[in-house]
Each structure stands twice: as C-alpha cells, then as structure tokens.
Design a protein around this ligand. Sequence first.
Ligand code: NAP
Length: 585
Amino acid sequence: MTVLEGARERRVRTGGVDLCVAELGSPEHPTVMLVHGYPDSKEVWSEVAVRLADRFHVVLYDVRGHGRSTAPRPLRGGFTLEKLTDDFLAVADAVSPGRPVHLVGHDWGSVQSWEFVTVRRTEGRVASFTSISGPSLDHFGHWIGRRVRRPTPRRVGQLLGQGAKSWYVYLLHTPVLPELAWRGPLGKGWPALLRRVEKVPDDGYPTGSLPRDAAHGAWLYRDNVRERLRRPREDAHAHAPVQLVTPLDDAFLSERLSDGLEEWVPRLTRRTLPAGHWVPRTRPDRLADWIAEFVAGVEDGRPEVPARVRHADRFGGRLVLVTGAGSGIGRATALAFAACGARVVAVDRDGDSAARTAELARSAGARGAWAETADVSDEQAMAKLDAKVAADHGVVDILVNNAGIGLSGSFLTTTPEDWRTVLDVNLWGVIHGCRLFGRRMAERDQGGHIVNIASAAAFQPSRALPAYSTSKAAVLMLSECLRAELAGRGIGVSAICPGIVNTAITSTARFTGVDAEEEKRRQRRATRLYGKRNYPPEKVADAILDAVVRDRAVVPVTPEARGAHFASRFLPGALRSLARRNPPL
Ligand code: NAP
C-alpha cells in the first residue's frame, strides 16, 4: 500500500497505548482528522486523504489495537468510548494544539466521533464533524426506545429492518467466535469479499494486521454497544456542525436511523450517496469534495447563521431547489433559504440569471449554492436536472416549484398554442418537479417539503385570465392531492397563492387578441400598476419559509389574496360578479 506515501509519522502515547499517527499537508492549514472503522486501519482513508492534502492538514491515526497502534491490556474494558475519547484528545493536542479539528468518521470511526462531538470535555476541540455510516450509540438507543415504547406498524418495520442489518453485531458479542473466524477463512477472504460485494477497488488493501485488528475491534462492540443502547445519554447534543453522509445501499445501516437527528444536531447538513458501506474506498472523489466544501464553509463561518435570521435552525444545511430562481419570487426565496444557511440549487431557463442568484445566495450565507439551467416544461431536461442534482448534491429536502409565466386575454382570443404554452410551464413544470424530486424524497423516506407556487387566481375567477387561472387552479388541486398522498411519509406539500407582487412577470406576460404594440402598452401598464401596489417578493419568500416550518396546506399571501380566499369560501357569488367586470389592464 503506497498511497499514504509522503505521510509524516509520529507516535502519541496515551492511557497505556501507543498510537500511530500519520500527517499529510501543511499544519498551517485547518486540520481534518480521519477516523477509521471496523475492521480497518487508517489506510482505509488513503484515497480521501491524498485528495484533501493540498488544502488541509490531514491527520489519520490507527485506533487503539488496530494497524500499527498498540492494544490496551487487558482487552476487556480497554475500548470504552471514554478511552477512545482520551485517545482523540491526545492526538488532537499533539497535531493541532490550540486549534479545533474537523473530524471525519467512517463506520466505528463515526460511532466514536459522535461521542467526541457530543461530550462536554471535547467542547472547543471539534470544529465540525462529517459522519459516514456510523450512528451515535446514544441517538441509536433513543431511536430504539421510542419505537419500542410507541410502536406503530411503520416503526416496528423500521426496528425489524435495522435489526436484520445488525446480524454481525450479535455475532461480535459472542466470546471467541469472531476471533476464530477472522484468524481463519474470513480474514483471508475479506479483500475478495469487499471487492465482490462492495465493489471496492483491488488496489492492494493491506491485510497484514487484519485478523488482529478485527479480533481487537470486537471489543469496540462488547465494551460499548449493549450498555449504551440500554442507557443512552440524555444530553448527547452535538456542539459543532455535523454533515451526515448516508450511503443509500449500506448493507449494515438503515437510512431510518437518522430520522429525527435534527433534535440532537442543531446544525445538520444531510447528504445521500447511491453507494454501499465502504464509501471511503469506493467514492473517494465525492467524499473528498463534500468534506472540503463543508470544512471550508465552517472555516469561513458560513454555517454560523446569525440568530436574527428566522428559521435558521430549521434550514441550515438543507438542500433547497428553486425553479424560476433567476428573478422575482424565485430569487427572493432562494436568498431567504440561503440566509438560513441552506444549500441552494437555483434553476432557471436563463442560465445567467440563475448564476447571479447562486452568487447572491453565497454572499447571503448559503452553505453552498449552484446554478442549473433547465426549462421546467421540458420533461427530459427536468429528468436530466434531477439526475444531476442527485449525483452532485443528494436528495432535495425542500423543492420550490416556482417557475411560471403570465398570460392575459379572454378565452375566445386564447389559441390552443397559448393554452399549451401556459399549461406546459405553469402546470407541467410543477408536475415534472413533483414527480422527479418528490419521488426521490419519498424513496429516501426521511421527510421533506414541496412548495408549489399557485396564485390567488387559483380561487378567483376572472374573464381576463382563463388560461393562467386554470393552470394555477390545477396547481392548487395537485398540491392538495399530493399533500394527502405524501402525508404518511412526512413530506409536506404547500400551495402558495400570492396576489399582486412587484416582479418582472408583468413585463414578460403575454396578452392575447392584441397586436405587438398594444401588448407592449399593456405590459407597461401592468408593470406600473404592480409597481404602485409594490408588494415585495421578499414577503412572499417569508411566507414560503413559514409555510414549510408550519407545514401549511394553502397560503394566500397579500391582503387581496387573503380577501379573495375568504370570499371564495364564504361569498362565492360576490367573486363571480367581480369576475364579469373588465379588468383594469
Ligand atoms: P418572474 O419575476 O418573471 O420570475 C419567474 C422566473 O421563472 C423568471 O426568471 C423566468 O425566466 C423563469 N421561468 C419562466 N418560465 C420558465 C421555464 N419554463 N423554465 C424555467 N424557468 C422559467 O415572475 P414571479 O412573479 O417571480 O413569478 C414566480 C411565480 O409566482 C410564478 O409561478 C407566478 O405565476 C407566480 N405568481 C406571481 C404573482 C405576481 O404578482 N408576481 C402573483 C401570483 C403568482 P424568464 O425571465 O426567462 O421568463
């Protein structure tokens, strides 16, 4: 194994063991500490470490009893989380005195790192934590407890699902079986098994210390698992921002384990990856990018969302996708989520305006902001967008189907082509968004929210807006139906119904039955009228964030929209009379 070539090695002595520590990159840079799992040694991180070493001070160490670190004597009681925390602090003090480190843990490396980021004595020593395939035993204990105390068919299914995936944990608790197995066929066949089942590349994975590491590592389980799951700590709250990377095809851990994790982690960034358990070896590029991005964000102070920003605790790190984000309500919404520290994907058919929104979002405080070009009415373009976003950033947590166009003119002057254009964008755009991103949200089964921008025109008939109002009424009903369907999966759906909002929509809206000159005149008039009303898109954005937090079904925004909503329910006749009058435009 040569990939840790160039690494500087040192020994750190702590609590009767001698830890083998390797360093890459300049100690002037922020320290990223990579903690390996079971049955591994620090070399599992080789491919990730070399990718980070040009920007960070990368530190790896063999956990006690593994690789070239010595084992405690006796083994029993030598691997408790308290002792592992002593080791972490000793290494951190040696390699990064006086400056907190960014932890990254995989498998048992993640399990123990959860301890490091949730116990009080490490406060100030951990700058951030990226967790991959290894839950906190305390959170896991509470997760089990809640499902046992309040069982529902769904919760029992989740318990059984994780129970089946934990078969190896029961085996590891048996007295000598694991030791014998690892010294025998399992030890020899392990690299081939990883290659076949996990698609781990065959790059000379070190096997020399494997039987010994695996036998020692069994004590990680025996010393901690039963005890912690039975009596989980009540105060296991993270004192640093956490990035959770969930491989969706992990054979050992259910995605469900991180349900409700926000309760323990105030600043949580979720990422998902279509991969198996050993992502440090199978997806080092993706992992190194995400670690670098997250660490850089923390170093720049980006996850520290100012307390004055409402809902910062709710949206920090969430992946939010907004369509029609290049202007008006879409841009304001993207920026409002950005100010809460969300990660924002700004989509527009105009790539330049989307790029500008992404740039503004970064300055507003987004933990990441990216621009994508797509026409929401184009099914294939949307499918491509969906695949790209999933591959680059994971499953969208909050989807805002906002892109829309205006069309004004009587029914008799509206051509089939006009109908198609407005329905393609205003209705089909929403359908494509909900189908593609909504499906991934549902499959991930960790909740989420879909916001569809309808309009007060959805419940207020008008002789001037038959096509536009029809498209928005359809969006409203689609949202209601989808809300019913997804409720059981913890996914909220909100229909937002703004009234008159001062955006560019008036200058791009089409008017039917008139020549180009008259159309321009009407656009100018509408723009003046909307300008006079002067209701800012930022207020609609506030209403959208509020709708997500409160999981509201239908939200009329602006006083006239609220009035129309009220009248549609209690005074429909009055609205019908109003609909017959010629509009002011
Ligand atoms: P806006 O300022 O014109 O913004 C809409 C954005 O969506 C524009 O950047 C537009 O790009 C983009 N877009 C249009 N068609 C698209 C497509 N097919 N694919 C991708 N992007 C597309 O308008 P807005 O007022 O913010 O409107 C946002 C939403 O609010 C719309 O659904 C609208 O119907 C709804 N709404 C607005 C009002 C209002 O008074 N403003 C009231 C009720 C509801 P282009 O500039 O290239 O067209």
